[in-house]
Design a protein. Structure first.
Length: 351
């Protein structure tokens, strides 16, 4: 179903491009140029892919325990805020390695805290985590608007009427190092994300923790009977998912131009949700789909610049993917529980 969903979504994208006045060949060329045309485009795509890997890896941890984390945007927002607060306050003489660890740790704490609100409401009050994480997205994004507009918080010093509502630049020690690719903005975020994906894969497939998460996701009642702390497991799984998204938010502000501003996450939190749904628990699929969608996001921007196709076309494609995957899951579930007709009796049949 994953391959079919991608094919259908691609077809929808081409139809939308045609509706905007761009021919299929022209739209495809602009898309490919945006993805692979220059070292800058490739580097930007790799950075996007790294963020998607982290968000999807966290999503998969919570999903294994039977929870759906749709709060990646809000968790990224809090991660970005915490990372910026630490990054602009680092001592000038601090070693780079220490600085970036401090920034990303702060980001993880911020994202984990934001997810823990929904996790607490889930295990203590039974409130749907889908609703709470979704609503917390809006609060988190509003918090970003607040801190970058308020001089007493994170807004850069106002020197003129043209000063933009954004934070100061992070100190150099809190900035992610480049990978060293020729004329490419790709950073070590990609390496960090790959390590995280491998670690999560090992955790889920080859550890007792992964077995407990799977047990809780399949049956809470049976897990209770086995002595597994169900509430704590579910709480921690969603909180850890928030930490992953928070780190993704921290990586954005630790990448050029090294500032926090409105809309800094560019909707990648929701794109990471698409990756997690498409991957269906496979960390290999998380890495591959993240790369595909990471390049697609960059290509979508060039679609608008080169041929006038709205960049929102990429968002439409992602929405189509979600609908197709959700529909497939619903069909599979209903088919599994649908009663089967009894086999015809063989009594009275002559031999």
């Amino acid at each position: 179903m994953g391959s079919a969903a991608l094919a259908i979504a691609a077809l929808v994208g081409l139809l939308l491009a045609a509706a905007a006045g761009a021919g299929p060949a022209e739209a495809t060329e602009a898309l490919m140029d945006g993805m692979f045309g220059t070292p800058f485009a490739v580097g930007t795509s790799l950075n996007n892919a790294a963020l998607l890997m982290l968000i999807a890896a966290g999503f998969t941890i919570a999903y294994r325990a039977g929870l759906v984390n749709v709060g990646g945007e809000g968790q990224m927002a809090l991660g970005g805020i915490c990372a910026t607060a630490v990054g602009v306050s680092l001592p000038e003489e601090l070693p780079a390695g220490v600085g970036i660890v401090a920034v990303l740790t702060a980001a993880a704490v911020g994202g984990a805290f934001w997810a823990s609100i929904a996790a607490y409401l889930k295990v203590r009050r039974g409130t749907s985590e889908i609703i709470t994480t979704l609503l917390l997205n809006f609060v988190g994004l509003a918090a970003v608007v607040l801190v970058v507009h308020e001089p007493a918080l994170l807004r850069q010093p106002v020197t003129s009427s043209e000063t933009l509502p954004q934070s100061e630049q992070l100190r150099e020690s809190g900035q992610l190092a480049l990978l060293g690719l020729h004329k490419s903005p790709a950073t070590i975020a990609l390496l960090i994300a790959l390590v995280a994906v491998i670690a999560v894969g090992v955790l889920l497939q080859r550890s007792a923790v992964g077995l407990k998460l799977k047990s809780v996701g399949l049956s809470q009642h049976a897990s209770h009977r086995l002595g597994i702390p169900v509430d704590r497991t579910r709480f921690l799984s969603l909180t850890v998912a928030g930490a992953f998204s928070g780190v993704a938010g921290g990586m954005i502000v630790a990448t050029a131009p090294f500032i926090l501003a409105e809309g800094f996450s560019s909707g990648l939190g929701f794109t990471g949700l698409v990756v997690g749904l498409l991957a269906r628990g496979s960390m290999t699929a998380v890495a591959v789909v993240s790369l595909l969608l990471g390049f697609l996001v960059s290509g979508g921007i060039n679609l608008q610049l080169a041929v006038g196709v709205p960049a929102a076309t990429v968002s439409v494609i992602e929405s189509v993917l979600i609908i197709l995957i959700a529909g497939s899951a619903l069909w599979t579930t209903t088919s599994a529980v649908r009663p089967r007709k009894p086999a015809p009796s063989k009594e009275g049949v002559s031999v």
